[in-house]
Write a protein that binds this ligand. Structure first.
Ligand code: GDP
Length: 194
């Protein structure tokens, strides 16, 4: 999709604050520091629509964005970071479940993982939870630029085997090298019907 417009709509913590559910919505999830903000910015071709911060423990909010007036993106708070205070961790699950359960227009959730690290237990828990909420998970492995070619082929084949798909179906992404953008957009468009 050629992005002509990408703008912040609002932040929310609960259903009563969500914007109208009048467009297909795609959520973005991942462990803190995985490269989620960079991936969203890269996807919409904006430098700082989402702030690349690296500050754990900040207030956890769902951030809604309007893309081309046809699609919403939702940046979900990162999870799994050791330094996040326990209180913040406790808020995460009910807020995410409240969102997943109360969003009829939510079609897909982009589950972002670090290509070097692969799939962690908390990633897997979220991937497995998605279908329960009738949300299609899209698995994306970012920071793909950090591995050399041979290692990339090996790692991709290993992930393909783990998920029972073809190697080409394992989406690789790099915000640094700007790779994987059309492939991820294609998947989003397929699922949202755009
Ligand atoms: P978030 O916490 O998941 O939103 O992650 P950020 O987007 O803030 O990125 C965390 C760190 O990883 C920052 O230092 C980024 O510059 C770096 N980073 C993000 N994406 C990539 C990538 O594709 N390649 C490389 N090499 N570094 C990245």
């Amino acid at each position: 999709m050629k992005v002509k417009k990408a703008e912040f709509i609002k932040s929310a913590t609960k259903a009563s604050q969500f914007p109208p559910a009048d467009r297909p919505e795609v959520a973005f999830a991942g462990r803190s520091n995985v490269g989620k903000s960079s991936l969203i910015n890269t996807l919409v071709n904006r430098k700082d629509l989402v702030k690349v911060s690296g500050r754990p423990g900040r207030t956890q909010l769902l951030n809604f964005f309007n893309v081309n007036d046809v699609l919403n993106f939702v940046d979900l708070p990162g999870y799994g970071f050791a330094k996040v205070p326990l209180e913040v961790k406790r808020q995460w699950q009910p807020m995410i479940e409240g969102y997943l359960a109360n969003r009829p227009n939510l079609i897909a959730m982009v589950c972002i993982m670090d290509f070097r690290r692969g799939v962690q237990d908390d990633d897997l828990a979220l991937i497995h939870a998605a279908p329960h909420f009738k949300v299609q998970p899209i698995l994306v492995f970012t920071k793909a630029d950090k591995l050399k070619k041979q290692e990339t082929v090996r790692k991709r084949a290993e992930l393909a085997k783990q998920f029972g798909v073809k190697a080409e179906e394992i989406l690789l992404f790099s915000s640094l090298k700007k790779t994987g953008i059309p492939e991820l957009w294609q998947r989003i468009e397929e699922l949202t019907g755009l």
